[in-house]
Design a protein around this ligand. Structure first.
Ligand code: FAD
Length: 222
């Protein structure tokens, strides 16, 4: 792209349709990765593609994934090329014609080869970052993973190098001749909202009195 949003890192990561919505800069890509709570991990095992929804988090230049050491995603994720996608839906775009209905969104597609994080301290740091992602500082208060739990959990780190973002904003793009139609048109914005918490019993003496605050990207509990 010949804009401040820099160039695609590779041909396979270049957005083709509506390329003005593409961005390849790390600031845009990281912001989307950090806001999204889940990603979809795609890999092809032979001719059969698999696309698995899962939690992700970012530390610096790497996107982290974790799971049971014997899960298909982890087993293949450490060996096969991956395509990870992340999607944030910001609004429903209601146009005057059926054809121009759309969504406002921010999304990322990331290609690469993940490494299995084997070094003990690195693995622990990655899993700590995951807990703190849910609620800042929480890892200090909860029981740390024991050796068995650590062994059963595999952590993958995927370098954020070959990535693209695509962002749609704004209202419907109707055809000129449809603008006079007596149809409501516009955007219904959407956002992620945390609802009032419910307690998991038993809450023992010394436990925090109210539910901990969540990290970004949640809006306030209702
Ligand atoms: C919530 C949401 C809803 C969408 N709904 C539709 C729909 O109904 N129909 C439709 O055709 N498209 C839809 N899209 C857009 C879709 O993701 C693709 O961008 C579109 O299919 C055009 O792909 P292409 O043929 O230009 O590129 P492709 O050849 O498919 O992709 C080339 C490269 O561009 C990059 N790329 C493509 N799309 C994205 C993306 N969304 N985010 C980041 N990088 C990307 C990737 O690196 C990819 O490898 C939607 C996107 C989102 C996030």
């Amino acid at each position: 792209m010949s804009s401040s949003h820099s160039e695609a890192a590779s041909e396979r990561t270049r957005v083709r349709r509506v390329p003005k919505r593409a961005a390849y800069d790390r600031a845009t890509i990281d912001a989307i990765l950090d806001e999204a709570l889940v990603c979809h991990v795609g890999f092809a095992n032979g001719v059969q593609p698999f696309v698995i929804p899962t939690i992700h988090w970012r530390i610096g230049d790497e996107l982290y994934l974790h799971g049971s050491a014997v899960s298909r995603m982890i087993e293949h994720g450490g060996a096969l090329p991956l395509c990870v996608t992340v999607t944030l839906v910001d609004g429903i775009v209601l146009a005057r014609s059926a054809f121009h209905h759309s969504m406002n969104y921010r999304s990322v597609v990331l290609f690469g080869q993940a490494r299995v994080v084997v070094e003990h301290e690195q693995k622990l740091a990655a899993l700590t970052a995951l807990v703190n992602r849910f609620s800042p500082g929480r890892a200090e208060h909860v029981r740390a993973p024991n050796p068995q739990e650590l062994k059963a959990t595999a952590v993958l780190a995927l370098p954020i190098v070959e990535a693209s973002a695509k962002v749609r904003r704004g209202g419907p793009i109707d055809d000129e001749e449809d603008l006079a139609l007596p149809v409501w048109a516009g955007v219904i914005p959407l956002r992620l909202q945390a609802l009032p918490a419910f307690v998991s019993e038993p809450q023992v003496a010394g436990a925090q009195g109210s539910a901990p605050s969540l990290g970004f990207p949640f809006s306030d509990r209702g």
